[in-house]
Design a protein around this ligand. Structure first.
Ligand code: ADP
Ligand code: MG
Length: 247
């Protein structure tokens, strides 16, 4: 058994000539929390889609705890312990909050009462217990994100992929989201989190990876990556030297 939760090697994915992901290597140690940053269009969402099995790479491989999953069905990725959330939450709007949580485990062997108790505990975990029977469409955008987060936990994933969990949510929801992610991470779940909210992200993660134009341009501690000249260049379109010239 590998102590690497997920390892991607030389991943590539193009869309009609656009090299969205152009040779990405990524390694996420078990139980770690990796932040994925980079300017718009740098390939972050495509990378999450590849790692979650939603789309297949043109080339390269993905292994979960040493077992190759790339090329297999998205169900195989779930079975391997990968779960994810989306930039715009994809909740089942006509189902209640509780029913939303039961969807990923519809075909699981767990007893109904056990699954229901687990779902209720997770709703409680993110402050949604009172909304158990509320249709998801009636929840605020932030609450839908919290709901989607705990729905992703119903399958007891080893690694959760999250796309912009802090974007467009009320500051209080942001704090709750951050705390709950940290709690779950402390109990051993690994995360890859894409976020533009760099202060929120760097408070959480031990490692930051920055992409630009489909490639990883820097990886390391948050401070090292944020201050990396290539990262500054990628975000600003000019390096620290030219910033200096501008005075
Ligand atoms: P990010 O999440 O970093 O903003 P994306 O992974 O969404 O970047 O996109 C990377 C590049 O791939 C962009 O140029 C985007 O327009 C392109 N792209 C992403 N998905 C598709 C798609 N389904 N069809 C065509 N082009 C796509
Ligand atoms: Mg994106």
């Amino acid at each position: 058994m590998s102590d690497i939760a997920i390892r991607a090697e030389e991943l590539t994915k193009s869309f009609r000539g656009v090299h969205a992901v152009a040779g990405v290597d990524l390694e996420v140690p078990a139980g770690s929390l990796v932040g994925l940053i980079g300017p718009n269009g740098s390939g972050k969402t495509t990378t999450l889609n590849l790692l979650g099995g939603a789309i297949r790479p043109d080339s390269g491989s993905i292994a979960v705890r040493g077992d190759r999953v790339s090329g297999r069905s998205s169900a195989a990725f779930v079975k391997a312990g990968i779960s994810r959330t989306f930039q715009n939450p994809r909740v089942f709007s006509t189902l209640t909050a509780l029913e939303n949580l039961l969807v990923p485990v519809l075909h699981s062997r767990g007893g109904r009462a056990t699954l229901r108790a687990k779902a209720e505990a997770l709703l409680e975990f993110v402050g949604l217990a009172a909304h158990r029977d509320t249709a998801a469409s009636e929840l605020s955008g932030g609450q839908q994100k919290l709901l989607e987060f705990v729905r992703a936990l119903m399958t007891d994933p080893r690694i959760v992929l999250m796309d912009e969990p802090f974007a467009g949510v009320h500051p209080s929801v942001k704090v709750l989201m951050r705390e709950r992610i940290a709690e779950r991470n402390e109990s051993g779940t690994a995360f890859i989190i894409v976020s533009h909210e760099i202060p929120d992200l760097t408070r959480l993660c031990s490692t930051v990876v920055c992409m630009a134009a489909g490639k990883v341009i820097a990886a390391g501690t948050p401070d090292a990556v944020i201050g990396h000249p290539e990262v500054v260049e990628a975000y600003l379109g000019h390096g620290p030297a030219s910033r200096g010239e501008r005075g």
